[in-house]
Design a protein around this ligand. Structure first.
Ligand code: NDP
Length: 343
């Protein structure tokens, strides 16, 4: 079995030389009663938060509260779609399609039954949707927008990293709900996608703006009601400066701070007090109670063509490092996925 691992902890920007491909023997004979399973990995989700699990212990302590640190030399675990090859777990059979925690490898050996895995019905959609629009990216966007931002129709919404996996869906849900939506992204192609295909009211390239506060003032002359934050740092400060009274900021992630320990948002707290702004962090897993609403709403919109699934797929096990590194360089548009193998 081939798999990808980190050579040592990664602090700062990840680079190709931080990763290596290893091989290990994998026996198909599992001890009965062990609940062990072997699955063939098909589609693996590539997620920014993994960088926080790769950091050296002291700098990652806060970040790894909900997921263990990644050990150099061991296969990196990640959410993905796989097919059961061998199972000593009575709940799963050979050839079952499953989604859950697998690995950056050709195959995953899942030990002891204490793994997050479930069978699923593709409902006529591509299998890759399970790691993006119908998986955690979608739930993050849906739960974060509807439950944390608590939108009202007509409110003005700003989304950062808006062409990314979570951001593009937040903008699409917000438009379908009846909000005014502006997104920012890092290239003119991404800006065009938001405005021309995904129905955003407006969008801009944040890399072309020298003063983010005045840029947001231009796009929101009457202020921002909701800011869905994917990036943190200066963008969060600029958004808070432009929030309306009783505005809500959902802090989904702070990708610009993940690779730069010196960068931390310092929003003006006087704005927060006098404008009574709510700033709330959240995790997708907080919103499992809306999972079935999320799936039924999202699949309905997909079937009627009101919602687009934007995917960015790299092929083959060797592409894991570049796919992951690309997240921090803005190389991806939409959900970044590695397709490891055909079904
Ligand atoms: P994306 O698909 O959005 O990929 C990352 C994008 O972030 C890049 O394409 C790039 O786009 C942008 N980016 C990278 N570096 C910077 C930077 N320094 N400043 C500004 N933008 C940057 O990833 P996801 O949609 O998977 O994740 C988006 C955010 O949501 C992340 O912060 C992630 O950690 C968080 N998240 C949180 C979850 C939760 O449960 N709370 C669950 C899933 C994700 P561009 O070209 O526009 O710069």
């Amino acid at each position: 079995n081939r798999y990808i691992t980190i050579k040592t902890q990664v602090d700062g920007e990840p680079k190709e030389s931080d990763f290596e491909l290893k091989t290990s023997a994998l026996s198909l004979s599992l001890d009965s009663g062990s609940n062990d399973m072997i699955v063939k990995n098909l589609y693996v989700s590539i997620d920014p938060y993994q960088i926080n699990r790769m950091k050296s212990h002291s700098s990652s302590q806060k970040a790894i509260g909900f997921a263990a640190a990644i050990t150099p030399g061991e296969a990196i675990d990640a959410y993905g779609v796989a097919k059961v090859v061998a199972s000593a777990n009575p709940e799963f059979e050979k050839d079952d399609l499953v989604v859950g925690l697998i690995t950056w490898g050709d195959y995953s050996l899942l030990k002891g039954g204490n793994y997050m895995l479930r069978k699923f019905d593709p409902m006529g959609f591509p299998l890759s949707y399970q790691v993006g629009i119908l998986g955690f990216s979608g739930l993050t966007a849906y739960g974060g927008f509807f439950k944390v931002c608590k939108p009202k129709k007509g409110e003005k919404v700003f989304v950062s990293a808006a062409s990314g996996s979570v951001g593009n869906l937040v903008g699409q849900y917000a438009k379908l709900f009846g909000c005014y939506v502006v997104g920012c992204a890092g290239s003119k192609e991404k800006v065009a996608l938001l405005k021309e295909k995904l129905g955003f009211d407006d969008a801009f390239n944040y890399k072309e703006e020298s003063d983010l506060k005045s840029a947001l003032k231009r796009y929101f002359p009457d202020g921002i009601d909701i800011y869905f934050d994917n990036v943190g740092a200066e963008m969060l400060e600029a958004a808070v400066a432009n929030m309306n009274t009783f505005g809500r900021v959902a802090v989904c992630g702070v990708i610009s701070e993940y690779t730069d320990a010196a960068k931390r948002a310092a929003p003006d707290m006087l704005d927060v007090v006098y404008k009574r702004i709510t700033i709330q962090g959240f995790l997708a897993a907080d919103h499992m109670n809306v999972f079935s609403d999320f799936i039924s709403t999202t699949t309905d919109h997909l079937r009627t063509g009101k919602l687009y699934a934007i995917e960015d797929v790299s092929n083959g096990l060797e592409s894991f490092p570049s796919a992951f590194i690309g997240l921090f360089r803005g190389h991806n548009t939409g959900k970044k996925i590695v397709k490891v193998a055909d079904e």
